[in-house]
Design a protein around this ligand. Structure first.
Ligand SMILES: Cc1ncc(COP(=O)(O)O)c(C=O)c1O
Length: 389
């Protein structure tokens, strides 16, 4: 990429010859689906985040579904999450026939507001779990959320789709709650194209997930075709799902995992460059920060009330200058499905709406380079800085 002239995409995976070789190795091995590579990836990932169990799945969505299923959530139950998230965090609740209750984010934050959650849980019946979404890779206040979950008898599930690797004083975000789920979707901080990992310290939960991700078999499938002894017999003990991660993808994940710290350093350097460029510019507000930010997203706020350019105008003008952007997130309570089901309007989650209307996510990916980041920053300043200065 020529950082001076080429289009700078919002995100781009960083795949090198090591990943290519790993995929070729699996292709030539005669075993493409879940097997030795997936098991090795699980072990290595568990070691990285310091959790006794890691279970590879074909997406974070499947992982969240499995986590809630293993917690026994079903019709009549309530699960609380923030509207400031991707549809998966709430859709999995509906897959199980339970109901979603949204809790607003804290003012100026992208993450669930522990104070609002405390008030909500005090009046919500049948809440069985809270799903904490670490938006952009900034960990939620997990100590506060744990205390509330314990107080009201709920499980704490971490949607850590954005949060690898987010290291906090209590360990890696995603490996602190009752279960946590990471995403390896193509734009994430490490990728397998599509994929995810569920981690937990709860052996019973892990055993249930292991069974349910693979058709509800009484044992894993991968020894059925490779064992020397005749082994065609299996039992279906539950109506399970098909959520396993194939070896072809796990092999990519194993290589990406070895690069995770280096990738994080690269994203940190880009975030630092943006911080420096935008701090003190009237009309722009830096993303919230805190311990262990994985910098999956750099979500800048533009403040028209302080002379900033309206968000949509900024997105359009950046696109004209060859800079790709995205917006995280369109709050879920405004999506037709949730708005209709729960009778919600935009005004019901004012903090999420205020953030959404002002937010733009800038390119921040390993391999992008600081020259490209400088061009992004200069473009933002040329559009927004001029007005906000
Ligand atoms: C917050 C959040 N949770 C869950 C997911 C689902 O991840 P996946 O695409 O791996 O299912 C995403 C996807 O982008 C996400 O942003």
């Amino acid at each position: 990429m020529n950082p001076n002239t080429d289009f700078i995409p919002f995100a781009r995976p960083s795949i090198g010859p090591e990943e290519e070789e790993a995929v070729l190795r699996v292709m030539r091995s005669g075993w493409l689906t879940t097997g030795a590579e997936a098991l090795a990836f699980e072990k290595e990932f568990a070691g990285f985040v310091g959790s006794p169990r890691a279970l590879a799945v074909n997406s974070a969505t499947s992982g969240l579904h499995l986590a809630l299923e293993a917690l026994g959530i079903g019709p009549g139950d309530v699960v609380v999450t923030s509207p400031y998230t991707f549809t998966s965090s709430a859709a999995v609740v509906r897959h199980l026939g339970a109901e979603v209750v949204f809790c607003d984010v804290a003012p100026g934050s992208y993450n669930i507001d522990p104070d609002a959650l405390g008030r909500l849980l005090a009046t919500t019946k049948n809440c069985r779990a809270v799903i904490a979404v670490h938006v952009g890779g900034l960990p939620c206040d997990l100590r506060a959320l744990r205390a509330l979950a314990d107080r009201y008898g709920c499980a704490l599930v971490e949607d850590a789709a954005h949060a690898f690797p987010s290291k906090t004083a209590d360990g890696y975000a995603g490996a602190i709650g009752d279960a946590g789920v990471y995403s390896f979707y193509a734009t994430k901080t490490i990728t397998t194209g599509e994929g995810g990992m569920l981690v937990t310290r709860d052996e019973r939960l892990a055993a249930r997930v292991e069974k349910m991700r693979m058709h509800g078999f009484d044992r894993a499938a991968w020894d059925r075709y490779t064992a020397k002894k005749a082994s065609w017999r299996y039992s279906v003990v539950e109506a399970g799902f098909k959520y396993n991660l194939p070896d072809l993808l796990a092999a990519i994940g194993r290589v990406q995992l070895t690069k995770a710290e280096r990738f994080l350093e690269e994203r940190r350097a880009i975030a630092a460059l943006y911080d420096e460029a935008f701090s003190g510019v009237r009309g722009l507000e830096l993303p919230p920060r805190g311990e262990g930010h994985a910098w999956h997203l750099y979500s800048l706020r533009t403040l028209p009330e302080r002379g900033g350019v309206p968000r949509d105008e900024l997105v359009e003008a950046l696109s004209e200058r060859g800079v790709g952007t995205s917006v995280h997130f369109i709050p879920l309570h405004t999506m037709p499905y949730y708005a209709k089901r729960y009778g919600l309007g935009p005004e019901d989650m004012p903090n999420a709406m205020a953030t959404f209307e002002r937010t733009v996510s800038l390119p921040i990916w390993q391999g992008m380079g600081l020259d490209a980041a400088r061009r992004v920053a200069d473009s933002v300043l040329a559009i927004a800085g001029a007005r906000g200065a």
